[in-house]
Design a protein around this ligand. Structure first.
Ligand SMILES: Nc1nc2c(ncn2[C@@H]2O[C@H](COP(=O)(O)OP(=O)(O)O)[C@@H](O)[C@H]2O)c(=O)[nH]1
Ligand SMILES: [Mg+2]
Length: 453
């Protein structure tokens, strides 16, 4: 994943703390020095790093762990919370009809991102179209048209036209049936008044729901001032950080943008259309630290939040038999909470328990297994999670080493995944069961009654 160095340093720091037999000022000082070094290496701003260190130090000294929590775990909870704070708030694009305008300098990945967004929305079932408003680079027109062929997005552009406002205005009729419109725009070498002027004029004509800055992670903390000035000049609503795969400076870019208060919506992790992720600070930090769900692990009180939309999406995927390891990971992450699992199992009538589920009733054992599986999944790349079929013996060896588990554990996980997929196919026709599970996911046990009838 992105930020391998930061990830391994922080994991090492966490391991040190967990492994230490006592916590005193010196242990904390050393931990803070480790964290500082790791953050600065990832290009996180010096002042931000020092502020974070001070907060960690203060809280470690003044706060007492609650009953039942070890001082070690409590320190890790503090570090986790402070790291999360510098990654900013979680906010995302809505899955609904809208107009999105992409802005940014040359070569940052605007056009590529337009393609990724189109693929994203089309997969969610929304028709999508491009408006080619990059009037400065002749090649941009063809690049976007090719992407429209690859993704199935509709394309509108006027070759040779130099006025982007004119292009947009003419696209309105052409794309009137399209739900999500993505407007690609011209870049410049720097954020000069000429560019800001063009963006402002176009924005007025487009009246977009979202104006997204597309910025390359290799600029590091410089991403902050760029986001800030575009926010002031044009009313930026969000940021997409690209090329997270190619730099150790991504921590700087992420934290600097977060400081400006503009949310990071998505990150690009490669040149291909599928190298694109929704950015969630919690998930990102969880993966960075090698913990599936640090909050559950660190015992932060938190109720499961599964939105209707998410439950629906997960169910549909499971039932279609098309789900991948990433979805399995999501499900486990949600259900790997003793209270939730107990509620789920308690609510299934004994006679109706699916075959094989009874051994899951040993909640402790199930919990332990889920913990192990989450660590294994954490050691896989996004590509592997999304395409489990590419996992071969070599990958299994790497993953088992990376997660500190046996190769057999990885094999068992894959076996269970395949079984889950098979079961899902068998359940496909069972509408009552489907309804019940969906109700359970939304925390609505009443639906169970229908299943019993
Ligand atoms: N490694 C990597 N390359 C990317 C990513 N996004 C874009 N690129 C590459 O960056 C270059 C510039 O992208 P382009 O979309 O044309 O930038 P634009 O000028 O802002 O429209 C192309 O070679 C892309 O393949 C990413 O997330 N990772
Ligand atoms: Mg472009």
């Amino acid at each position: 994943m992105a930020l391998d160095n930061l990830s391994s340093s922080l994991r090492e720091t966490f391991r040190k703390i967990t492994g230490s037999s006592y916590i005193d000022k010196n242990v904390i000082k050393e931990m803070i020095r480790d964290i500082q070094r790791a953050l600065l290496k990832a290009d996180v701003n010096v002042k931000l790093t020092l502020d974070l260190s001070r907060k960690i130090e203060e809280r470690s000294e003044n706060e007492k762990p609650p009953a039942g929590m070890t001082p070690q775990d409590y320190i890790l909870k503090i570090v986790y919370e402070e790291l999360l704070a510098i990654l900013g708030k979680s906010s995302n694009l809505k899955i609904q009809p809208q107009t999105i305008m992409l802005v940014g300098l040359y070569g940052q990945g605007k056009t590529t991102t337009a393609g990724k967004l189109a693929r994203f929305f089309i997969k969610k079932g929304l028709s999508t179209g491009f408006v080619a408003c990059d009037v400065h680079r002749p090649a941009a027109f063809e690049q976007l048209r090719t992407l429209s062929e690859q993704t199935g997005a509709k394309f509108f552009g006027i070759k040779g036209e130099k006025n982007p406002v004119k292009i947009f205005n003419q696209s309105i009729e052409e794309l009137k049936d399209i739900q999500v419109k993505i407007v690609d725009t011209s870049g410049r070498d720097s954020l000069d008044s000429d560019l800001l002027d063009e963006i402002t004029k176009l924005k007025k004509a487009v009246n977009p729901d979202e104006v997204l800055l597309v910025i390359d992670a290799t600029v590091g903390q410089q991403a902050g001032p760029q986001a800030k000035s575009l926010m002031d000049a044009t009313g930026l609503t969000g940021v997409i950080i690209t090329k997270m795969d190619g730099t150790g400076k991504a921590g700087g870019a992420l934290s600097a943008v977060a400081q400006t208060g503009v949310p990071v919506y998505m990150i690009g992790t490669g040149e291909h259309l599928e190298d694109f992720e929704i950015f969630s600070p919690k998930k990102f930090l969880g993966r960075l630290l090698g913990m599936g769900d640090p909050e559950a692990l660190l015992d932060v009180a938190q109720e499961a939040d599964i939105s209707d939309e998410k439950a629906e999406e997960t169910m549909t995927k499971i039932m279609s038999g098309k789900f991948n390891l990433m979805d399995m990971y999501d499900i486990w992450e949600k259900f790997a909470k003793p209270s939730l699992m107990k509620r789920l199992f308690d609510s299934i009538p004994v006679g109706k328990m699916p075959k094989g589920a009874s051994n899951m009733l040993d909640l402790d054992a199930a919990q332990e297994k889920i913990g192990k599986y989450t660590v294994i999944l954490d050691s896989m790349t996004y590509k592997e999670l999304e395409n489990p079929e590419i996992i071969n013996a070599k990958v299994i060896r790497r993953v088992s080493r990376g997660s500190g588990t046996q190769e057999q554990d990885v094999r068992n996980l894959l076996k269970e995944f395949r079984a889950m997929k098979e079961n899902a196919k068998m359940m496909k026709g069972n509408r009552a069961l489907k309804k019940m599970m969906r109700g359970q996911m939304k925390g609505n046990p009443d639906l169970l009654k229908e299943f019993e009838d």
